[in-house]
Design a protein around this ligand. Sequence first.
Ligand SMILES: NC(=O)c1ccc[n+]([C@@H]2O[C@H](COP(=O)([O-])OP(=O)(O)OC[C@H]3O[C@@H](n4cnc5c(N)ncnc54)[C@H](OP(=O)(O)O)[C@@H]3O)[C@@H](O)[C@H]2O)c1
Length: 237
Amino acid sequence: MKESKSRIWVTGASSGIGKSTAKEFARIGCDVIVSSRRHSVLEIINRELKDENLSVTVEPCNVASSSNVEAAAKKILENGRIDCLINNAGITSFKTAEENKIKEIKEIVEVNLLGAIYCIKSILPKMIEEKNGTIINVLSVAAEKVFTKSSAYAASKAGLLAYSNSLREEVRKYNIRIINILPGATSTTMWSNKILEEHGARMMNPDDIAHLLVSTFLQSKNIVTEEITVRPILGDL
Ligand SMILES: NC(=O)c1ccc[n+]([C@@H]2O[C@H](COP(=O)([O-])OP(=O)(O)OC[C@H]3O[C@@H](n4cnc5c(N)ncnc54)[C@H](OP(=O)(O)O)[C@@H]3O)[C@@H](O)[C@H]2O)c1
């Protein structure tokens, strides 16, 4: 019997690491569903993949809204199970704790921590029912190493790291793998143009992170690589 294609849901797929990851999963023959807030920007992925005769399914979703996530997940699950959720949507502010407004702190926590948890909660019952699934969280080296101007960001990433480490122990018995990826500086629009001009050349390329996510997903289903930290060869900025 022919095995069905793996279905992969990538959040924050309109640019950077998420976009590269969505394309790479499409290239290895997966059914990829891409989400972010900007519908028109997500559609560009399909225009770029056209020459390779590939496409992805666009499902816009603001992960900071639990009702938005629930509605998107419902639509996605109507067409079958999700084999892999990639919690990649993320924002930061590069401000000190003193400079950060409460509103900015809330936004960072709502997107990076709660948003990922909403996505996990929306697909977990189906993964448990299927006794199959992989959840990959794109965290950051800032979840474990101290950087200034990153307090809210670090708290959100460390929060998701702790949540996921506990979740992993609960869902092992259902063959569900929880994988945390902690990348260092990667050349994406998360950084200002000034920083990209100064340091972009030594940063990692989002395509390299995408390859890492794909190869981690493809590992034997009876092992779970729990945590991977990956940095530019020259180290942190
Ligand atoms: N770049 C780095 O150096 C680096 C290092 C370590 C970890 N990371 C992590 O990697 C992930 C991807 O970041 P990136 O560097 O690729 O940055 P990016 O190019 O700015 O991508 C961020 C993505 O998140 C989406 N997003 C933001 N808010 C959202 C929301 N409320 N709901 C849904 N999607 C939302 C954005 O799309 P829309 O604007 O269309 O919603 C965009 O697709 C983040 O979690 C980041 O923390 C990045």
